[in-house]
Design a protein around this ligand. Structure first.
Ligand code: UD2
Length: 298
C-alpha cells in the first residue's frame, strides 16, 4: 500500500511539473531584470487579455512610412495586418508617403481606417528612417490626442504571419531584435562614439531593440519621439550620424527609460534568419529585400 501511495504521489508531482512546463516558457526569460514582461507564445491567455482590453474600446494608431520604392511593400503589409494585427480592435493607420497615388486599395475591416499623409521625397534612405521620430512626435501633438489610446510605429518592409493582439499593449513597448537576442551586450551594435548623443559605453546596456517596432501609450511614445528627435538634431548640428540612425537613439532612450513591456523576437523576426527552437511562432517578420534595388542611395 505504501509503495502504491508513493507511486501515486510521485505521479501527481510529475504531472504538475509537466503541466506547469507546458503552460509557461521554461526555455526563455519571460521578464526583464526590471520585471517587465517579455511577451512569448505560451505566456498569456488571449481570451483573458481581450476581456480586459475589449470593454475599454481602445483605438490603436499605427504609423507606417513608405517613401520612394518602399510603397511596393504596402499591399502585403496592410493585407496581412488586416488578417492578424489587433483584429477586433479599432486601428487607424497613418501612412506617410511621397507617392499617394501608388497606395494600394486594401479592404479594411470594421472599425479600421487609413489616412494617407503626403511627405517629402528624399534621396537618402538614412534621412527617411531618421525623420520618422519627428513625424511621430508631430502626429501625436497635432492629430492623435483624444483620438487614440495607443500607438505603434512599424516598418513597412514586413509582413504579419500570425496573431498580434492586445497582449502587446503597454505604457512603453520595445521589441528585442532577432539578430542580437541572446548575445552579450558588448556585441550589440550600439553607437560607440562618445561624440554622438546615442553613445552607449561597453559596460552598459540591457538588450538590443529593433527600430522597426515602437509602441505604447501616446504620452510615453511622444516623450520618446521628442527626446530622440532632439538628440538627432544635436547630432546633425555636430555633423555626426549614429551608426544605425534612429535605432541607435532608440536604444539609448530605452537604456535610461526602460520599456514597461518587451516583445520577444516573435514580433520582429527576419525572413532570412534561420528559425530557432525558442521561436514557437513568427508573428511579424521583415521580408527579404534587395537594398540596392529599393533604396534611393547605397
Ligand atoms: C533597421 C531597422 C529600421 C531602422 C533602420 C535604421 C529593424 C528590423 N529595422 O532596418 O527600423 O531603425 O535599421 O537604419 O529593426 N523607408 C522608406 N523608404 C526608404 C527607406 C526606408 O519608406 O527608401 C522606411 C520604411 O518604412 C522602412 C523604414 O524606413 O521600413 C526603415 O528602413 P529600412 O527597412 O530600409 O532599414 P533597415 O532594413 O536597415
Amino acid at each position: 500500500r505504501k509503495v502504491t501511495m508513493r507511486f501515486g504521489q510521485n505521479f501527481y508531482l510529475f504531472s504538475i511539473i509537466v503541466i506547469v512546463s507546458l503552460l509557461g516558457r521554461p526555455d526563455v526569460a519571460t521578464t526583464t531584470l526590471w520585471l517587465a514582461p517579455i511577451v512569448w507564445d505560451g505566456t498569456f491567455d488571449q481570451k483573458m487579455i481581450d476581456n480586459i482590453y475589449k470593454p475599454r474600446n481602445i483605438t490603436v494608431a499605427t504609423t507606417v512610412f513608405a517613401v520612394g520604392k518602399y510603397v511596393r511593400f504596402l499591399k502585403d503589409f496592410l493585407e496581412s495586418a488586416e488578417q492578424h494585427f489587433m483584429v477586433g480592435y479599432r486601428v487607424h493607420y497613418y501612412l506617410f508617403t511621397d507617392r499617394p497615388d501608388e497606395v494600394p486599395a486594401v479592404t479594411l475591416g470594421e472599425g479600421r481606417q487609413l489616412t494617407v499623409i503626403k511627405t517629402a521625397t528624399s534621396n537618402r534612405w538614412q534621412e527617411i528612417s531618421l525623420r520618422r521620430m519627428e513625424m511621430i512626435e508631430k502626429l501625436i501633438e497635432k492629430e492623435l490626442t483624444g483620438k487614440a489610446d495607443y500607438i505603434f510605429s512599424l516598418d513597412v518592409d514586413s509582413k504579419f504571419y500570425a496573431h498580434w493582439g492586445a497582449e502587446s499593449l503597454g505604457d512603453l513597448v520595445g521589441v528585442l531584435h532577432a539578430w542580437y537576442f541572446g548575445s552579450s551586450r558588448n556585441h550589440f551594435p550600439y553607437e560607440r562614439r562618445p561624440e554622438s548623443q546615442a553613445f552607449i559605453p561597453f559596460e552598459e546596456g540591457d538588450y538590443y531593440y529593433g527600430g522597426a517596432v515602437i509602441g505604447g501609450r501616446l504620452d510615453e511614445v511622444h516623450k520618446l519621439a521628442k527626446t530622440c528627435r532632439m538628440q538627432l538634431d544635436v547630432d546633425r548640428a555636430n555633423h555626426i550620424e549614429a551608426i544605425w540612425q534612429e535605432e541607435s537613439h532608440l536604444n539609448k532612450y530605452f537604456l535610461y527609460n526602460k520599456p514597461s513591456k518587451a516583445l520577444s523576437p516573435e514580433y520582429l523576426w527576419d525572413d532570412t534568419k534561420w528559425k530557432r527552437s525558442y521561436l514557437k511562432v513568427v508573428r511579424f517578420s521583415q521580408v527579404v529585400k534587395n537594398y540596392a534595388n529599393i533604396r534611393p542611395n547605397p
